[in-house]
Design a protein around this ligand. Structure first.
Ligand code: SIN
Length: 290
């Protein structure tokens, strides 16, 4: 087996990178206009593989935005300032002087918003010689692996998801309490909701499959005390990110990843203290989880 999913697609070729999720896609130049038939195959590949990767893409912030807009409205980050001419594009920069990285724990993006991000696109402008990989975890598998009793119990429970500008909009249970790498944070616009309850088990609006919906933004469980919430949240964090549910992507300059936040978590590994990593990131608005 060479891992290529032969004959499933007409215009693209997909090559899975792990048993759990993730596929590299070849045959597409994202810098060119993409016609609807190719886009439909990319959409199918995303739904099938949960996270897809393209190599050697010569992107600009404008091209990245144009590709993201084919999926819907952009979800602008409320705490982090975007690029000067492209406020909807974040430049994630980590230099040797920065201790922390952005996204350095398991999470799913903008979960604190009432309508969290459907998906995220991340393009690599500069990457370390080694290190700076990103891990992803399949939350359908995490849900399916729970016992029937646990599935029943979680059915009606909502996690309260909190955003926090000091933590780069990626607020966490206990660790990572310092400020974010070389990025400017701001107060979110007045009235913008940055704490939202969401079901711990959600149904994907396109595939109809159930997945766990947990990540670093979940601070407590609705209508429960902290003492009651904490052990269950910790168990679900641990359960949902076990190695058999994950893949790990090795970046090269020009790689682009596109992940579905509705059924995955991800983790940016901070293992390149002496090097610089620069990424461009756009998030697409999703719907209210149910
Ligand atoms: C993120 O969490 O959105 C960033 C992931 C990464 O930089 O690898």
């Amino acid at each position: 087996m060479d891992g290529i999913q032969h004959n499933r697609y007409r215009y693209i070729e997909t090559h899975r990178i792990s048993g759990a999720l993730g596929a590299e896609i070849s045959g597409v130049n994202l810098g060119q206009p993409i016609d609807d038939a190719v886009l439909a195959e990319i959409r199918a590949a995303l739904l099938e593989n949960l996270v897809i990767f393209f190599r050697d893409q010569d992107m600009t912030p404008g091209l990245l935005l144009a590709f993201a807009r084919r999926w819907g409205e952009i979800h602008r980050h409320p705490f982090i300032v975007g690029m000067p001419d492209y406020p909807d594009v974040l430049e994630l920069v980590k230099r040797p002087t920065d201790k922390r990285n952005f996204g350095g724990d398991w999470h799913t993006d903008q979960m604190f918003a009432p309508e969290p991000a459907l998906g995220t696109m991340l393009w690599a402008r500069q990457v370390p010689d080694a290190g700076g990989d990103t891990m992803f975890s399949n939350q359908y598998l995490a849900y399916d692996a729970l016992s029937d009793g646990m599935k029943r119990m979680l059915g009606g429970v909502r996690g309260v998801c909190v955003g926090d500008k000091k933590k780069g909009g990626a607020s966490r249970l206990s660790h990572n309490a310092a400020t974010i790498a070389s990025m400017t944070t701001i107060e979110p616009p007045k009235g913008l909701q940055t704490t939202s309850p969401h079901p711990l088990v959600r149904t994907h609006p396109e595939t109809g499959r159930k997945s766990l919906y947990i990540g670093g933004h979940v601070h407590w469980l609705e209508d429960m005390t902290e003492e009651e919430s904490k052990p269950l949240i910790q168990y679900l964090h641990q359960h949902s990110t076990q190695p058999a549910f994950t893949c790990r992507f090795r970046w090269q300059q020009g790689s682009l990843a596109f992940w579905d936040n509705r059924c995955t978590q991800h983790f940016a590994i901070n293992d390149y203290p002496a090097e610089t990593r620069i990424m461009h990131r756009v998030t697409i608005r999703g719907d209210r989880p149910f």
